[in-house]
Design a binder for this molecule. Structure first.
Ligand code: GLA
Length: 402
């Protein structure tokens, strides 16, 4: 009788758990099974910093659902720092009641109703970078709360972590998220300090490789305290060289979010920025005001031919294969054996840039079709090499298919 009673009690617990937390029945969840292609979405930080609210997030979701972004593959709507203000008497994280009066669950439901996914931000330390409560010591409690709210993506920062070991801290939160049974993509924002590419596979789905991007072509400005750095786009790009082999389906290098459309670069520079992030198999997280962007910005962010390179199923990160002063060639191997190639001119005046088939691992006698992914034009077949005139601070991006 006793064991019967236990059996009934166990069955009831399981029934309740599966009814109230249907995600708990998802026993197969592993870290690498998520984000099989680089995550695509939008994050509030680059444009709005701490000025976040439920009205902003709802209107961003509305826009993404109707301006072509959702159709182009953008999925996650992520609130960065400053949504949280305190913890209640039970230690539960509390959202800013002024800025999020309907609560996070209602907001997640709204984003989901638009056919999009919802993301939040926290920090492995006692406080976030903006001094809001961090998750240190509350990892499992916070992860359960996120799962209850319907969170699909967590960006996890590294401020105020003292002497914490990065691998341990990120493993703890990764485990906490997986234990909820809800598929929550885990974005590790450790800035590359502890070389997360060496140990991040199986812990995070993406890891930042550098400090923060800024909306400039190039910069390398020091912080007021002498620490490094404010990086421009090409400064970040240069730091990706050599990290290619660590990326793959479920685990991506993250050179930080996009600045496309924020106003600090020219349209050709933003095209270069977007082309490189696509070729690097980087997460494509837009960081501009997508509610009021120009047609030109929209056209960059929703170039489906370039996005297809980023989302290619093989999941290879592209790499620099040639550098000749200001002229560079970058190449990404695609599932079908073809290559996405960027001809890059970092210099101040127009120049011709050439890719030889040997640069991308093809024999010189091979004939291959070349297609311009920004002009959306077939350029015909070439044998042995392809070259094009490239304007200053610009790219020509082509697909080469033998
Ligand atoms: C750090 C991160 C940024 C952003 C801010 C928020 O600087 O690297 O991407 O999340 O914190 O405070």
């Amino acid at each position: 009788m006793k064991s019967n009673g236990n059996g009934i009690a166990t069955a009831l617990v399981v029934l309740c758990a599966v009814t109230f937390f249907p995600q708990l029945s998802n026993a197969q969840l592993t870290r690498d099974s998520l984000a099989q292609t680089p995550p695509m979405g939008w994050n509030s930080w680059n444009k709005f910093a701490c000025n976040v609210s439920e009205d902003l997030i709802k209107s961003v979701a509305d826009s993404m659902a109707s301006n072509g972004m959702k159709d182009a593959g953008y999925q996650y709507v992520v609130i960065d720092d400053c949504w949280q203000v305190s913890r209640d008497e039970n230690g539960n994280i509390v959202a800013d009641p002024q800025r999020f009066p309907s609560g996070i669950k209602a907001l997640a439901d709204y984003v989901h109703s638009k056919g999009l996914k919802f993301g939040l931000y926290s920090d492995a330390g006692s406080k976030t970078c903006q001094g809001r409560p961090g998750s240190q010591g509350h990892e499992f409690q916070d992860a359960l709360q996120y799962a209850r709210w319907g969170v699909d993506y967590l960006k996890y920062d590294w401020c105020n972590t003292g002497t914490r070991n990065a691998q341990e801290a990120y493993s703890t939160m990764s485990r906490a998220l997986l234990d909820t049974g809800r598929p929550i993509v885990f974005s590790m924002c450790e800035w590359g300090t502890a070389k997360p590419w060496l140990w991040g596979k199986g812990i995070g789905n993406l890891w930042r490789t550098t400090g923060d991007i800024s909306d400039k072509w190039s910069s390398m400005k020091k912080w007021p305290d002498g620490g490094c750095c404010e990086y421009g786009m090409v400064d970040i790009l240069d730091q990706q060289v050599g990290l290619e082999s660590f990326a793959g389906p479920g685990h991506w290098n993250d050179p930080d979010m996009l600045e496309v459309g924020n106003g600090g670069m020219t349209a050709p520079e933003y095209r270069a920025h977007f082309s490189f992030w696509a070729l690097l198999a980087a997460p494509l997280m837009a960081g501009n005001d997508v509610r009021s962007m120009s047609p030109e910005t929209n056209e960059i962010l929703t170039n489906t031919e370039v996005i297809a390179i980023n989302q290619d199923k093989l999941g290879r990160e592209g790499r620099r294969v040639k550098k000749d002063g200001e002229r560079e060639v970058w190449s990404k191997t695609l599932a079908a054996g073809s290559r996405a190639v960027i001809l890059f001119n970092r210099g101040a005046s127009e120049t011709e840039v050439k890719v030889a088939w040997e640069d991308v691992g093809y024999p010189a006698h091979l004939s291959a079709e070349v297609r311009d992914l920004w002009a959306h034009k077939d350029l015909g077949a070439s044998t042995g090499s392809f070259s094009a005139k490239v304007a200053s601070h610009s790219v020509v991006m082509v697909k080469i298919a033998p």
